[in-house]
Ligand binder design. Structure first.
Ligand SMILES: CC(C)=CCC/C(C)=C/CC/C(C)=C/COP(=O)(O)OP(=O)(O)O
Length: 238
């Protein structure tokens, strides 16, 4: 909640967490059963304690992923939370990926498009476009672009998370911190870093559009005009 609140306070209204991957079903039955029973307890707690629920009340919670894989009692509780938070007045969204993998998301998107049109129309290719694929992902249409993807725990792999959404400008940040130790400051330092690089990028674009000189001179000019490296860079390098 602290990380989430920091994001919302800094104006990041869409936050997505990878709660459980489809691959996680391959862990031992004992581990999967334990995780699901933890989830059952937690869901019961959220539903029973109005006070706890109220903390979530201004946040729209969406379940992103393959619902056919969720046990029916858990799915019912999750959809109940989705329903109760669907019309919240604020624009804050928490996407919970459960159970999810990007490749399943992409297959689901294509299947969803195929179910909407005749097979012979699909053959003409006009229905499979960047836009239709994006709009039919589990996140649904009108989802803002992904700006920052953070992988905790020191692993430098994405474990099949948001591959489609990692577009040209997305910053991917790998941190050594384990998720239970991840604090508001960790998210703040990453956002400051992103904000610096984004400013840099926009500044480069501005300078490029203002200058009509040769490329060699252009890169020297840009270097001279850019702001100095931020003091917080050393903090993000553990
Ligand atoms: C109550 C509840 C549902 C708890 C879920 C806890 C849990 C298993 C979280 C996993 C989160 C996740 C999908 C991490 C991806 O990396 P990974 O470590 O799974 O990927 P890897 O296989 O690439 O290491």
């Amino acid at each position: 909640m602290k990380v989430l609140n920091t994001c919302y306070k800094l104006g990041i209204l869409h936050v997505t967490v990878y709660a459980f991957s489809i691959e996680n079903f391959n862990r031992s039955k004992e581990e999967v059963d334990t995780l699901f029973s933890l989830l059952r307890d937690r869901l019961k707690f959220i539903s029973e304690k109005e006070e706890s629920y109220a903390r979530f009340n201004s946040i729209r919670i969406k379940i992103i992923g393959n619902r056919t894989m969720i046990p029916s009692d858990i799915l019912k509780d999750l959809e109940d939370i989705e329903e109760r938070t669907k019309n919240v007045s604020s624009a804050k969204v928490l996407n919970v990926c459960f159970p999810y993998t990007s490749r399943d998301d992409i297959v689901h998107s294509i299947q969803s498009i195929a179910s909407q049109v005749e097979l012979k129309e699909i053959e003409s290719n006009e229905h499979i476009t960047l836009e239709t694929l994006t709009n039919n992902m589990y996140m649904g249409p009108n989802t803002p672009p992904l700006d920052i993807l953070i992988r905790t725990s020191g692993h430098t792999r994405l474990s099949d998370f948001m591959l489609w959404q990692c577009n040209y400008n997305c910053m991917i940040e790998f941190v050594d911190t384990l998720w239970p130790n991840f604090r508001a400051w960790d998210i703040m330092s990453i956002i400051m870093k992103w904000s610096y690089y984004r400013t840099l990028q926009l500044e480069q674009q501005r300078i490029m559009s203002n200058k009509k000189t040769d490329n060699q001179k252009l890169s020297t000019d840009i270097l001279k005009e850019l702001p100095p490296h931020p003091p917080f860079a050393s903090i993000t390098q553990h």
